[in-house]
Design a protein around this ligand. Structure first.
Ligand code: NAI
Length: 304
């Protein structure tokens, strides 16, 4: 069973994509808002009925119902509301994630855990610490969403098929994210060999800033994150061992420990099966380091 905790916009969409991709026979949507997960489940089941897909979606307000889950996604929490500081949001969501993960420990202690709640990297670290799970079992979704945006800008700049684009985004899921233009390829050709330096810089900046633009225009990002969650789940359930950026606890990789941040990882049935260490140049390392500092500062602020 796949459990998605937080049946809001992103949780509902993650359930939609997971069901359409038939990633499990049963998907559970859990939320504290009464009626919301049940209504969302009904709506999804009606869609699946017409599609002829035998995946059952259930909605619940009872954490106990996640018993037996193989994968639990945590996408519960608040977005930033008017008058709320970044720090207010950090503290609110840290307390939501702690409470939710306490329940995962109680009812689904064999599951793989995919944190999504923002700010993603501090929440992934809190989920890792609170759960006490082995680190391969806790891997947050943030970089996969950044990657989908990076690939879209590469597609727009080159006019090449999206299927021909291979790339990676690492680092903090936030302003210090690191779209690795140097490592991107299109049909096997290095991106820096087919677009100008100015265009590369533009793609790099646009990837970083586009989330804010979507939020300004439509209030939230929904389909791309919902789909990115389902892509990580698919990699696990099909044991594909594809390399994906996930926010996971470092134990010496990239020179850091005791912090969760986006790194390229081989994802399979055991979760994070290997972290790939890329040779970063000085400029790339600077962005990565800035991200780590930012995540560590956030964790410090939460605990102060
Ligand atoms: P939303 O407001 O539509 O849904 C959040 C849901 O969480 C609500 O239904 C609420 O009732 C529920 N919730 C709150 N506390 C809960 C608890 N203790 N137990 C169970 N459910 C609880 O928000 P949306 O747009 O779905 O975003 C959810 C989170 O995901 C936010 O923190 C957002 O910033 C984050 N996000 C992360 C992305 C990433 O790439 N990592 C991308 C997009 C959103």
């Amino acid at each position: 069973m796949i459990t998605i905790i937080g049946a809001g916009k992103v949780g509902g969409d993650a359930a939609l994509f997971s069901a359409l991709k038939r990633l499990d026979d049963q998907i559970l949507l859990l939320d504290i808002a009464e009626g919301l997960p049940q209504g969302e489940a009904m709506d999804l089941n009606h869609m699946l009925s017409e599609q002829g897909i035998d995946v059952e979606v259930k909605g619940s307000n009872n954490y106990e119902d996640m018993k037996g889950s193989d994968i639990v996604v945590v996408v519960a929490g608040s977005g930033r509301k008017p008058g709320m500081t970044r720090m207010d949001l950090l503290k609110i969501n840290a307390s939501v994630v702690t409470k939710v993960v306490d329940n995962i420990k109680k009812y689904a202690d064999n599951a793989l855990l995919i944190p999504v709640t923002n700010p993603l990297d501090p929440m992934a670290q809190i989920a890792f610490k609170t759960s006490g799970f082995e680190r391969n079992r806790v891997f947050g979704m943030g970089g996969m969403l950044d990657l989908s945006r990076f690939k879209q800008f590469i597609h727009e700049a080159t006019g090449k098929s999206r299927k021909e684009i291979d790339a990676i985004v690492i680092g903090e899921h936030g302003e210090n994210m690191l779209p690795l233009t140097r490592f991107a390829t299109v049909s096997g050709n290095p991106l820096p060999s087919i677009v100008s330096k100015e265009k590369l810089d533009e793609i790099f900046q646009d990837t970083k800033s586009v989330a804010a633009e979507v939020i300004k225009l439509k209030g939230a990002t929904v389909h791309a994150p919902g789909n990115a969650i389902s892509s990580i789940i698919e990699n696990v359930v099909k044991d594909k061992k594809q390399v994906m950026p996930v926010s996971t606890n470092l134990a010496g990789e990239y020179g850091y420990s005791d912090v969760s941040i986006g790194v390229p990882a081989v994802i399979g049935k055991n979760g994070v099966e290997k972290i790939n260490e890329l040779e970063l140049n000085d400029e790339e390392k600077e962005w990565f380091d800035k991200g780590v500092t930012s995540v560590k500062n956030a964790l410090g602020e939460i605990s102060s």
